[in-house]
Ligand binder design. Structure first.
Ligand SMILES: Cc1cc2nc3c(=O)[nH]c(=O)nc-3n(C[C@H](O)[C@H](O)[C@H](O)COP(=O)(O)OP(=O)(O)OC[C@H]3O[C@@H](n4cnc5c(N)ncnc54)[C@H](O)[C@@H]3O)c2cc1C
Length: 546
């Protein structure tokens, strides 16, 4: 609840020169970059759902739920008070309210109920929700991402899909038929290997009719209260994908034991568990030995969530910085009117504009059904994941600094955003793994580069820095295969050039030209806040301050 009429007249001093509270704003309507990019890539229909969520997510109540859910993290209840195994996680009520809200706004299934723009809506909704609370987006995004894998095995998955699509949040553990909605997790990482899942040692023993008993462990299993997980285990023919529900066909608790919860840097509202399978009952999805090829579609779709989540973190950090500097004076002037601060905020704004344009374009790529379009989606999401998740921690740090000492104090959202910032770079493919994935896609699916080049060519002639950088990179990529040691260079260049091309076509010149000059030309620095004297700072700032 908002405090009633806080008094600024204290016995020893007056509270002055502090900005007002950051609440009661529509997080979508106030975000010009996201709104333009989402409508452009997704179509006008997505305006209404984004407006609705933007309104709710910016209320004091929902922002406070985010604070509560992280201040009171989940607890493991492996046993009941009489010592029977239950393997449950207990959450603060704020978590349940946030989950209810996220699923009511259809972040988990909107992509699967629309013929066009569904993934754009998913990504934009996810970015908006993240601004209130990032942890909830883990189970919601995994649930969304499970759909393409489940659809490959309708005989097993149809009852699950019927509860997932159109379903609402129903946290109680009960048989599938009684659920009002389900969430699905993913358990691949083991102690001896996360990136290299071929090292998985979990074993699957066949019971017949596509069912198995699984024995082994998973070192990370987030959202362990999901109703089922897609997981990997070794059969006689190799690594295989399974659906492992928390309740068996006979209506018993499945033998998925929660060993402990991770004590994480951030993402504290969300539970991430170490689990063991003790002859746990599972159903095979796809063929034996084709586990990686089967589950990879889920990994691919979760990557879209990692970039949308990153976008949401960046947006909230930037919005907090702009809010603060607009209401705080130093040396006789508002901070936002001080030239050095204006350069910092404008540079951060450029970074955010480019991120929003990139995430929404990548999201549209997920709507493609043709092979070149699908190959481009694989390439583009990896490019965006590599680059945005690397930029995010430094970006949030710079926003934090704009708030001065108050930005380092837990009452402000900046510490939470800062702790959250590195995570999207680690899960669903860490930096090197993602960069190597990009090289692999370029080598194996040359049509991905063709679509990339077409996209960049649409901006041809718009900016000399962009033209030069794009020609140089495309010539180089077409001329030879790249060594693994060059993976990060290729990833970085692909990202900057795609961002520059999108801004050159769609953003005002103030934004596009300064981005190209500082990211592809000679005028940028290594820290935020270094802009050429010719930069139209007022034009960039106008989109942040309305
Ligand atoms: C909060 C959290 C929640 C998670 N939730 C889940 C979950 O729900 N389900 C799940 O399955 N996993 C989950 N994970 C695990 C996560 O996906 C893995 O940690 C990640 O894939 C990396 O695997 P790893 O930790 O084994 O690191 P490693 O694979 O050992 O990698 C370590 C480093 O080496 C680099 N590297 C790897 N291979 C190469 C190479 N060939 N060349 C150069 N560098 C390389 C990587 O980029 C990385 O930087 C979660 C992790 C975290 C932090």
């Amino acid at each position: 609840m908002p405090p009633f009429a806080p008094s600024a007249h204290l016995p020893t001093h007056e509270v002055t020169n502090q900005p007002g509270p950051f609440v009661g704003r529509n997080l979508y309507a106030t975000d010009t970059a996201l709104r333009e990019a989402a409508l452009r890539e997704g179509g006008p229909w997505i305006d209404a759902p984004l407006h609705r969520l933007g309104e709710v997510a910016g209320t004091e109540h929902v922002l406070d739920l985010g604070t509560q859910a992280n201040r009171y993290p989940p607890e493991l209840a492996a046993f009941d008070r009489q010592g029977r195994r239950i393997d449950e996680v207990r959450f603060h009520p704020a978590w349940h309210e946030l989950m209810t809200l996220a699923m009511a706004h259809r972040i988990h299934d909107i992509a699967w109920t629309q013929t066009t723009g569904g993934h754009v809506a998913h990504a934009a909704l996810l970015a908006l929700f993240t601004q209130a609370e990032a942890g909830v987006m883990c189970p919601v995004n995994m649930t969304y991402a499970s759909v393409p894998v489940l659809r490959t095995q309708p005989d097993i998955a149809s009852p699950w899909l019927e509860k997932l699509i159109g379903g609402r949040y129903d946290p109680a553990l009960k048989p599938l038929a009684e659920k009002a909605g389900v969430t699905i997790g993913m358990a691949m990482t083991e102690k001896q290997g996360g990136s290299d899942v071929r090292a998985n040692t979990t074993r699957a023993a066949p019971l017949g009719r596509g069912t198995y008993r699984l024995t082994g462990h998973k070192w990370f299993c987030s959202a362990p209260m999901s109703d089922a997980f897609l997981t990997l285990a070794q059969t006689g023919r190799g690594l295989t994908c399974f659906l492992i529900p928390r309740i068996t066909q006979e209506g018993q608790r499945n033998a998925i034991h929660l060993m402990r919860l991770k004590d994480k840097l951030g993402n504290r509202s969300n539970a991430s568990a170490e689990i063991e399978y003790h002859d746990a009952w599972a159903q095979r999805i796809g063929e034996e030995g084709e586990g990686i090829g089967t589950i990879i579609e889920m990994v691919h779709h979760t990557r879209l969530g990692t970039i949308a989540n990153t976008l949401g973190i960046m947006r909230m950090a930037l919005a907090q910085a702009v809010h603060h500097v607009s209401g705080r004076m130093a040396f006789g002037r508002l901070l936002i009117d001080q030239p050095a601060m204006r350069a910092v905020i404008a540079d951060l704004a450029l970074e955010y504009e480019a991120a929003a344009a990139l995430v929404m374009r990548v999201a549209r790529a997920f709507d493609a059904a043709d092979p070149p379009g699908r190959a481009f989606a694989r390439l583009a999401v990896a490019i965006a994941k590599y680059w945005l998740t690397k930029r995010c921690p430094a970006f949030v740090h710079e926003c934090m600094e704009c708030l001065g000492g108050g930005g380092y104090v837990e009452e402000s959202p900046l510490p939470r955003l800062y702790r959250e910032a590195p995570l999207n770079g680690i899960w669903e493919g860490s930096g090197n793994v993602i960069a190597l994935d990009i090289l692999r896609t370029l080598n194996r699916e040359p049509e991905a580069l063709t679509v990339y080049a077409e996209e960049v060519t649409l901006a041809k002639g718009g900016n000399t820095h962009l033209n030069r950088a794009a020609k140089s990179l495309l010539d180089r990529l077409r001329a030879r295969r790249h060594h693994e040691s060059e993976a990060r260079y290729v990833a970085e260049q692909l990202a900057l050039i795609l961002q520059a091309a999108l801004l050159t076509r769609h953003a005002p010149p103030a934004v596009a030209d300064t981005f190209c000059a500082t990211r592809l030309g000679p005028d940028g620095g290594r820290n935020f806040g270094i802009l050429p004297g010719s930069a139209d700072v007022a034009g960039i700032m106008a989109r942040q301050t309305g």
